[in-house]
Design a protein around this ligand. Structure first.
Ligand code: CU
Length: 457
């Protein structure tokens, strides 16, 4: 794999990482507001600061850090010109705290506040982001990370959040405002020209045999980001916040939008003498971030699994209710017709309304849910991706497990990346009562039709 120091995905904007981290400390009030940040590193030229929309004016927003069992209490203050709301991605919470305007709360108008408060039952790596006009608001920077520490967390030398993002910037480094571009919505979504990684902590160097916990979060609106870590041996210990029962070897990791992974690595001297986070695009690797290795310390004990969370896991599918989900639409295999806002529309009328994807022939949300089930009901959703694009299927309110072809269950996840034409099945135990969204986390696809909901009573 050829490794180059920098990536230029487009002629105008360089791929790099910002020279310093903008992670701020936890604060009780999160103000959604505009800000200016130096997104493009000076070594790529004399680019001006980028105007962003961010929590407390930064990207990412403040790193919110709690202990398992704590109660999250955060006041959202909206100082943006548009209404907004915060979704707490992957966190089990009461429905009224889920942050979905039109479904669980009203969007918070300019100048107003909304109080979010809920107990944090599960440890792990989660994130928060706008769920209102999110194709625009997340693309402008409205996201941050929530870390819930285990009460007996593994001993590590550094615990570092790695935020992976993809920006579409103009020649003068500003976020382009082509948020509803139909070509994006019908294809792979809003792909940027500036991919970067921001670290919550950047040690000057680490010794050989240092143990690092790296928490990867893909906050991109639409891009699947594939990275590997060089300069260490380690294991994958959690996905989407939830511990793996058995840590797994790490290879290149592909993250659909919203997917996370925690890894533990013990640093090993390599040619570069550095821990390197490498972006893979096709056959080429691009260096996103590195931490030099200097000195040495004694080797660590073997990596053990994280303590399990209280999230229940599936044991069998007896009495499960099965609800198939047929995913269709987009370019190269489009939709002939679909129901939208109660009307059956042909393809041209759908495009006029910006709706080009459907679940079970329904574009956007229907009045009635995909399924209504009592709390505790096991639901199976065989999903058929009958499109030419990947989709990152996300369920709100609880994690699911994949039902694997041999009948066993995959790890707990809240987002599943499905490749074109792929069929995969998920199953979950219906959690807290309420209206829970299920959608593609390619936010362009969600805006253009890939949304449904599940009612738990
Ligand atoms: Cu999608």
């Amino acid at each position: 794999m050829p490794l180059t120091r920098r990536q230029f995905l487009a002629s105008t904007a360089a791929l790099a990482l910002s020279p310093k981290t903008s992670f701020a400390a936890t604060s009780p009030v999160i103000e959604a507001t505009t800000g200016h940040v130096q997104l493009i590193d000076a070594e790529f030229g004399d680019y001006p600061q980028t105007e962003i929309w961010g929590y407390n004016g930064s990207v990412p927003g403040p790193l919110l850090r709690f202990k398992q069992g704590d109660t999250l209490k955060q006041e959202l203050l909206n100082s943006l010109p548009s209404p907004t709301a915060i979704h707490w991605h992957g966190i089990r919470l009461p429905n009224a705290m889920d942050g979905v305007p039109g479904m669980t709360q009203n969007a918070v108008p300019t100048g107003a506040r909304f109080h979010y408060e809920f107990p944090l039952k599960d440890a792990g790596t989660y994130w928060y982001h706008s769920h209102n006009q999110s194709t625009e608001q997340v693309a402008r920077g409205l996201y941050g990370v929530v870390v819930v520490d285990e009460n007996n967390a593994p001993d590590v030398d550094h615990d570092i959040v790695v935020v992976l993002d993809d920006w579409r910037l103009s020649d003068d480094a500003q976020v382009t405002d082509d948020f509803g571009a139909m070509h994006d919505w019908t294809h792979a979504g809003r792909l940027g020209n500036y991919i970067h990684a921001q670290l919550s902590e950047q040690p000057d160097s680490v010794p050989e045999n240092a143990r690092l916990r790296l928490r990867f979060v893909n906050v991109a609106t639409d891009r699947v980001i594939t990275v590997s870590v060089q300069g260490g041996d380690g294991k994958l210990i959690a996905r989407d916040g939830m511990p793996l029962e058995t840590p797994e070897p790490i290879d290149a990791m592909s993250f659909g939008p919203a997917e996370r992974a925690d890894i533990l690595i013990d640093t090993k001297a390599n040619e570069a003498n550095a821990v390197q986070i490498v972006l893979h695009e096709g056959d080429t690797g691009y260096l996103l971030k590195e931490i030099p290795i200097a000195g040495s310390q004694p080797a660590r004990e073997a990596i053990r699994p994280l303590p399990a969370n209280p999230m229940p896991r599936l044991t069998d599918l007896t009495d499960a209710l099965t609800v198939p989900l047929h995913m269709e639409g987009g370019a190269m295999g489009g939709l002939r017709e679909a129901t939208y806002e109660g009307e059956t529309l042909d393809m041209r009328s759908l495009v006029d309304k910006g709706q080009v994807w459907a679940f079970n022939g329904q574009a956007g949300l229907s009045e009635t849910p995909l399924v209504e089930v009592p709390q505790g009901q096991i639901v199976r959703i065989p999903m058929q991706n009958d499109t030419s694009f990947p989709h990152a299927m996300h369920l709100h309110g609880t994690h699911f497990q994949e039902v694997l072809p041999d009948g066993s269950f995959g790890p707990l996840k809240d987002t599943l990346l499905m490749l074109p034409r792929e069929s995969r099945e998920i199953a979950f135990i219906a959690g807290a009562p309420g209206k829970w969204l299920m959608h593609c986390h390619m936010l362009s696809h969600a805006a253009a039709g890939m949304r449904t909901w599940i009612k738990v009573v």
